[in-house]
Design a protein around this ligand. Structure first.
Ligand code: ZN
Length: 172
C-alpha cells in the first residue's frame, strides 16, 4: 500500500487520477452507448476514451497509458457488471448471448469485453500522453534564449543579438 501511494505521488497523482476518471467515464458512456452496436464502433470509442484520458494525464506515453489502463479497468468492470445483470435477468435478449449462459460462457463474455477495452484504451492513453508531451514541448520557450552569454562581460544575451545590451561589445 505504501509503495502504491509513493508510486501515485511520483506520477503526480492529481493528473493521473484525472486521466483515469476521464477514461473511466468515457469507457462507461461509450460502452453503454455503442457497446452492442458493432465491434468496430466500440473499439474506436475505447481508443478515443484512452486518448483523451492519456492527454489529460500526460506528458509522456507511460503516464498516459497508466491512467487509461486504470480508467478502462474500472469502467470496463462496471460495464461488464451491467452486462451480466442484463444477461442473467433476461430483461433484454442480447445478440451473441445464449439464453441461460453457463459460468464459463459468462467468463468468456467478460474476457471478450474487458480485454479489448484494456488494450485499445491503453494504446489510446499512450498516444494521448505522447501528444500532450509534444504540445508541451512546442509551447516551451527555446532554451537557447537564456543560455548564451556575452564573452566580454558575461551578461545573458538574446540568441539573435549582434551587440551586447550590457557592454556594447560586438558578438563574435
Ligand atoms: Zn557584454
Amino acid at each position: 500500500m505504501r509503495s502504491l501511494t509513493r508510486f501515485v505521488r511520483a506520477q503526480r497523482g492529481a493528473s493521473l487520477a484525472a486521466g483515469a476518471v476521464v477514461t473511466f467515464l468515457l469507457v462507461l458512456f461509450f460502452s453503454l452507448a455503442f457497446g452492442w452496436v458493432n465491434p468496430l464502433a466500440s473499439v474506436a470509442a475505447l481508443f478515443l476514451a484512452g486518448l483523451l484520458g492519456g492527454y489529460v494525464t500526460g506528458p509522456g506515453a507511460r503516464r498516459g497509458a497508466t491512467a487509461a489502463f486504470i480508467g478502462a479497468l474500472v469502467g470496463g468492470a462496471l460495464a461488464v457488471a451491467g452486462l451480466i445483470v442484463i444477461i442473467t435477468s433476461g430483461i433484454y435478449p442480447l445478440p451473441f448471448v445464449p439464453e441461460n449462459p453457463s459460468a464459463l460462457e459468462v467468463a468468456g463474455l467478460v474476457a471478450a469485453a474487458v480485454l479489448p477495452a484494456l488494450f485499445f484504451a491503453t494504446v489510446g492513453g499512450m498516444i494521448g500522453g505522447i501528444l500532450r508531451e509534444r504540445r508541451e514541448r512546442a509551447l516551451a520557450p527555446p532554451p537557447s534564449l537564456a543560455v548564451t552569454r556575452c564573452e566580454h562581460c558575461g551578461a545573458p544575451l538574446p540568441s539573435e543579438a549582434v551587440y551586447c545590451p550590457q557592454c556594447g561589445v560586438r558578438r563574435l
